[in-house]
Ligand binder design. Structure first.
Ligand code: WT7
Length: 654
């Protein structure tokens, strides 16, 4: 396509940083100038927030692109940086983790305690035969042992591969096999939606197909029955009886820290490899800069699961490297009631909340009366990650959760980038609802056309990263060629992220979703994100998913699946009238070219376990001829198709 993405949505609201926050912010506007003046010197200064056992000889070796080496020759221990050095500096009594289980049980773990637990686990792993360079699969619920297991691996130089606890046998098996993991760390089960779910049984089945696995280490969480073999050992028999003394050994800056699988569009998941020094530098820096973390006073809460990169970078490595106090929650937002998250914010006086647009839109659907019932005055900063956040969801978040006081940082990044790349700085940036704004200091991003030329302000195209960054993926585990083909082949010398984006008239960046999702309507490339945002800007809509369906006249036609807000009447004629109104609303907001051919009102949308809409499935539904032009909630055939597809496609891959 020679033309770039159409730029339809115009958003003019803007919110300057609160004066009080700006006055004490961790970063000022100078950071941009400093980084622009000398990018590598800037990153070198950020690396100095860490403790290095041996200083690097060279900041970046980019002599063999796309294979980068950062802080060449440097040595550090990642777990030492997250734990020991805080305890040695006198912060041993600071709470590292306020943990709350779904049933309401709690644990408070200080830095000194987290260090002792991690040392025990490091000793136990060593006794089980794990040595530096070995791979360890971690398949756990959101319990503190998940953090301890990751840090223990880091401490002894073993490479962890965390597999999301909601994945089933096949996904777990593939990941264990691809990494040749020697040990699996799991639990009997965990709590989800008020029930004890089983994990150990899944591991048993997977491990029977994985000859590389020598031992399985099992945490007792629920107390449910599990079958047992001689390969299995209990966490409480091994880890909790081990010595709390363990001396951390320093590893090379490029020592592999973890593999995390992401599936993207192709079937075989990609094992994204992250290494130590550059990764820890950038997650620590961005957590400090973007969340303006004040470790003495803030209570930080990231609601992601530890099985996703957000949990790796912004529950484990970034916050702990910075000595943060954080909340960790095991369960779902609606158990035992829909106010659970706000009850937790109130109880722990959370000051910084980092969550996903899918959650915000779910809360919109449930209605503002729910958060209204809680004291959210402790909050001072809100973050968003995972998908484009529609302007209306952004405003809803600001008003109903931030109560108009808190800046919102919309953070763009990927499993592959390891850390936040594009985001406002909360004390500097005047934010715009729906825009991730600018690349962070030290990050070089651009929006280009298909010839790799930067698009002018006001234009749309492909988001690329033009310079290497410290937390970049180093390769796809075991497949360098696939690493080159997937990320570095579309544009010579540039990392292509797979996302469409536009620059507004000020040059600020707006993410437009995956380019695979862009619709081609009568010769125009239209972003699904913009049409979704237009729908969500209507007061009756909580959430929308838009797909392009084959159309004999226009090539593709826009089909929208829309979830109404809680109070909206969608029965009979009211539903039909609402659909007509929504089509007009999109046409007025974005122009007639973007008017959906068809709008369906639905109670739910099919999503992956990490909250991304399964558009492939919706496209199938949209292209199903048996559907009429107008379909409402009452037409159960839509939901049947969606749920049938969800069952069939209940793939373990994201
Ligand atoms: C993809 C990466 C980053 C951690 C969680 C997801 C989308 C992510 C944003 C944002 C618009 C976003 C992109 C990206 N995405 N954050 N703030 N605005 N889109 O990690 O599973 O690797 O997904 O998520 O499409 O490429 P991931």
């Amino acid at each position: 396509m020679s033309e770039t993405l159409a730029n339809l949505l115009q958003e003019t609201r803007q919110f300057p940083p609160p004066a009080e926050l700006a006055a004490a912010a961790n970063l000022t506007a100078e950071a941009y100038d400093e980084a622009a003046a000398d990018r590598l010197a800037f990153w070198e200064r950020q690396a100095r927030r860490l403790h290095w056992s041996k200083e690097w000889d060279q900041v970046l070796d980019w002599s063999n692109p796309p294979f980068a080496k950062w802080f060449v020759g440097g040595q550090l221990n990642v777990a030492y940086n997250c734990l020991d050095r805080h305890v040695e500096a006198g912060y041993g009594d600071r709470v590292a983790i306020h943990w709350e289980g779904e049933p309401g049980d709690t644990r408070t773990i200080t830095y000194a305690e987290l260090l002792a637990l991690t040392c025990q686990a490091a000793n136990a792993l060593t006794a089980l035969g794990v040595t530096a360079g070995d791979r360890v699969a971690i398949y756990l619920p959101m319990i503190p042992e998940a953090v301890v297991a990751m840090l223990a691996c880091a401490r002894i130089g073993a490479t962890h591969s965390v597999v999301f606890g909601g994945f089933s046998t096949d996904a777990l098996t593939n990941r264990i096999q691809d990494a040749n993991a020697k040990l699996v760390i799991t639990a009997d089960g965990g709590y989800r939606r008020g029930k004890a779910t089983a994990l150990k049984a899944t591991v048993d089945e997977a491990v029977s197909r994985c000859p590389s696995v020598e031992r399985v280490l099992v945490v007792r969480r629920t107390g449910q029955e599990v079958s047992w073999s001689e390969r299995d050992v209990w966490w409480h028999d091994t880890v909790e009886t081990a010595s709390t003394e363990h001396t951390a050994e320093a590893f090379d800056a490029e020592h592999p820290l973890y593999i995390l699988y992401t599936s993207g569009t192709t079937a075989k998941p990609k094992g994204i490899l992250h290494t130590s020094g550059g990764y820890l530098t950038q997650v620590a820096f961005t957590h400090h800069a973007v969340f303006d973390l004040k470790p003495e006073t803030d209570v930080y809460w990231c609601t992601a699961d530890i099985g996703w990169v957000t949990g790796h970078s912004y529950i484990v490595y970034g916050p702990l490297a910075n000595g943060a106090t954080q909340l960790m929650y095991e369960g779902t937002p609606d158990t035992p009631h829909r106010g659970r998250f706000w009850e937790l914010v109130q109880k722990y006086k959370v000051t910084i909340l980092y969550t996903a647009p899918t959650l915000i839109r779910t809360m919109m659907k449930w209605g503002e009366d729910i958060p209204k019932g809680y004291d959210l005055s402790s909050l001072r900063l809100l973050g968003s990650v995972g998908e484009p956040i529609n302007p209306e969801a952004w405003i809803w978040y600001r008003e109903n959760i931030g109560r108009g006081r808190c800046p919102i940082v919309d953070t763009w990044w990927q499993t592959e980038t390891g850390a936040i790349m594009i985001s406002p700085l909360p004390g500097v940036t005047a934010t715009k609802p729906g825009s991730a704004m600018r690349p962070l200091p030290g990050v070089s991003a651009e929006v280009v056309d298909d010839q790799a030329n930067p698009v002018p302000n006001g234009g749309g195209g492909f988001l690329v990263l033009t310079e290497p960054w410290p937390s970049m993926l180093r390769t796809i585990w075991g497949d360098d060629q696939r690493f080159i083909d997937t990320y570095w082949s579309r544009f010579d010398g540039l990392y292509f992220a797979g996302d469409g984006a536009k620059k507004d008239d000020d040059g600020d960046v707006w993410l437009l979703g995956r380019v695979d999702d862009v619709m081609l309507v009568s010769g125009h490339n239209i972003s699904t994100t913009e049409v979704e945002s237009a729908l969500v800007s209507h007061p009756s809509v909580a959430e929308a998913a838009v797909v392009g369906a084959t159309d004999p006249t226009t090539g593709q036609a826009i089909v929208a699946f829309t979830i109404p807000r809680g109070h909206v009447d969608t029965s009979g004629d009211a539903g039909t009238a609402l659909i007509a109104e929504l089509r007009e609303h999109v046409s007025k907001t974005l122009g007639p070219i973007a008017k959906p051919r068809q709008i369906m009102l639905v109670p739910e949308l099919p999503k992956t376990r990490s909250g991304k809409i399964m558009r492939r499935l919706l496209r199938d539904v949209a292209e199903n001829r048996s559907l009429g032009d107008v379909t409402t909630l009452q037409d159960s055939s839509v939901m049947e198709l969606i749920s049938a597809g969800m069952r069939a496609g209940k793939s373990d891959e994201d």
